[in-house]
Design a protein around this ligand. Structure first.
Ligand code: HEM
Length: 480
């Protein structure tokens, strides 16, 4: 693990300009245990009605535009049932297609300022800084059957071209009927990551002569308390491909191309997981999840401090601009959770259900206390304070029906992105969340995994390289 000091996170975090997230930032910096209530304005039912009724403006679909500029109003006039209708409809924000990082790591976010012609007060209250998550996620894992570096290079070249093509595609016009809302973008992202076994196989084989170039904290995910019949070594794969879009069929199409080896014959798909987003960012038991996430509100973005590897980090040079992914598929036994009283449910998470505010006093083994205690004026033995050990979360639901025993099989695909996997993700998970003696002897592990009925059933660690620019492919900077 790279020495956590190399991240210089404390200085960085203090420099963050949160834009509209500034209230949270100030509370966090002040070390207050409770995040200020609703740093990101809470979604209202009004906003929640928009997705199905949305009419998307054609001006929004152009790969290469930055996330701060792709929201524009459309005046739509039409006649339905003899009545004339005029509406202002906003194009949903696009993923960041033009940046140095692969799209599909951060969620699309509504820009901080209202576009021209849109009421500022309403925009500010209902849109600015809010996530407009792509609706569907497929997590595809695959192994590489190539035998030589040249073949691997060819594979990554084809995969990069395929990903770029899918992200740039326009929805076909000829399938759209005249009175349907025009569909101008599916907001597709295809995001590729490398597993530790691409660098050295489980048997220790440096088959592509890449062992020396492995990202510093990339390894096979360790087994932890809370894993249920899940042995991470058995799930370790060479590649992960995250596919997100607003249309399930689009994800399935992309999966099919990979699965049937239409992209490259050496890509051997090992697994596919399917998830969907709940538009109001609540997790399966109705608590808002992600309130305390770093947000990409205004420049300079906090993502650059928390998520993306920098040139000065103790990483091989090709890693700059990339990020680590820790993926866990987490099963929730909902009946067990809903059998708890409302107060006991809140104490599992350690937050008020309505406001998302941290409870005072906080149970030592509640989820938020265990995953980030946010201690005031506390530096650990690596001279880091708790807020420096944060990461970006991008959870999606899954519903896999019933298991063999007739029990519901549902929960979250929990995607976490961090600039330093060791310091920001593994430390909180191993030293805090699953350490029964943290913060006090006998506290127990995270109560979400105890009373809350959660367990890990799949997952893995990966490194997502920076976007490939120009004619480069995703392995070019790796030396391939
Ligand atoms: C089914 C699984 C999970 C559910 C339903 C869940 C839900 C929540 C909720 C409701 C919050 C409070 C709101 C917020 O701060 O965003 C929260 C906070 C958080 N969760 Fe989870 N979570 C899950 C699993 C995980 C896992 C596996 C991790 C990491 C290993 C994690 C990391 C965090 C972090 C870092 C916070 C913020 C703590 C803070 O800085 O205050 N969560 N989670």
């Amino acid at each position: 693990m790279a020495h956590p000091r190399t991240m210089c996170c404390r200085k960085i975090i203090r420099r963050i300009s949160w834009g509209m997230c500034s209230r949270l930032s100030r509370a966090a910096q002040a070390g207050r245990s409770a995040p200020s209530p609703s740093p990101i304005r809470r979604p209202s039912p009004l906003r929640r009605r928009t997705p199905s009724a949305t009419i998307w403006s054609a001006s929004g679909w152009a790969a290469g535009r930055s996330s701060s500029s792709h929201c524009s109003p459309t005046i739509k006039s039409s006649t339905r049932g003899g009545r004339s209708m005029a509406e202002t409809i906003l194009t949903p924000p696009l993923p960041d297609y033009g940046g140095p990082h692969q799209p599909g790591i951060t969620d699309p976010v509504w820009p901080a300022t209202a576009p021209e012609g849109v009421g500022e007060a309403q925009y500010d209250a209902l849109y600015a800084g809010q996530l407009e998550r792509q609706r569907h996620l497929h997590v595809i894992t695959a192994d590489v059957a190539s035998r030589t570096r040249e073949d691997l290079s060819d594979l990554l070249c084809e995969l990069t071209k395929f990903a770029k093509r899918q992200m740039a595609k326009l929805p076909p016009k000829d399938t759209q009927r005249p009175y349907d809302a025009p569909v101008v973008t599916r907001r597709v992202t295809v995001t590729v990551g490398f597993g530790a076994t691409l660098f050295t196989t489980l048997a220790g084989d440096d088959r592509f002569n890449l062992a020396a170039r492995r990202p510093a904290s990339l390894k096979v995910m360790p087994q932890i308390d809370g894993d249920e019949g899940f042995h991470p070594r058995d799930h370790a794969t060479d590649l992960v491909i995250l596919v997100s879009s607003d249309d399930y069929y689009v994800n399935e199409y992309i999966f099919g191309r990979l699965y049937y080896r239409g992209v490259h014959p050496d890509i051997r798909v090992r697994s596919v997981e399917r998830g969907y987003a709940r538009p109001d960012s609540r997790e399966p038991s109705g608590f808002e999840d992600g309130i305390t996430n770093p947000r990409d509100c205004t420049a300079p973005s906090s993502m650059h401090d928390v998520v993306y590897v920098r040139a000065e980090d103790s990483e091989p040079d090709w890693c700059a601009g990339g990020t680590y992914l820790a993926y866990r598929k987490i099963r929730r036994r909902m009946k067990r959770f809903f059998d708890l009283s409302p107060t006991a449910q809140e104490s599992v998470f350690g937050v008020e259900k309505k406001s998302g505010t941290r409870l005072e006093p906080l149970d030592a083994h509640s989820h938020v206390a265990k995953i980030n205690p946010r201690r005031t004026n506390h530096l650990d033995l690596f001279d880091m304070d708790d807020l420096e050990r944060r990461f970006l979360r991008r959870p999606y639901f899954f519903d896999d029906g019933l298991d063999a025993a007739g029990e519901e099989l549902r929960g979250l695909h929990h995607l976490s992105f961090a600039r330093n996997l060791g310091a920001q993700y593994e430390w909180p998970v191993l030293m805090w969340q699953t350490n029964p003696d943290f913060p006090v002897p006998g506290a127990g592990i995270d109560n979400l995994y105890g009373t809350g009925g959660a367990s890990n059933i799949a997952g893995g660690y990966y490194f997502m390289p920076a976007a490939a620019s120009g004619d480069d492919h995703l392995g070019t900077r790796l030396g391939l």
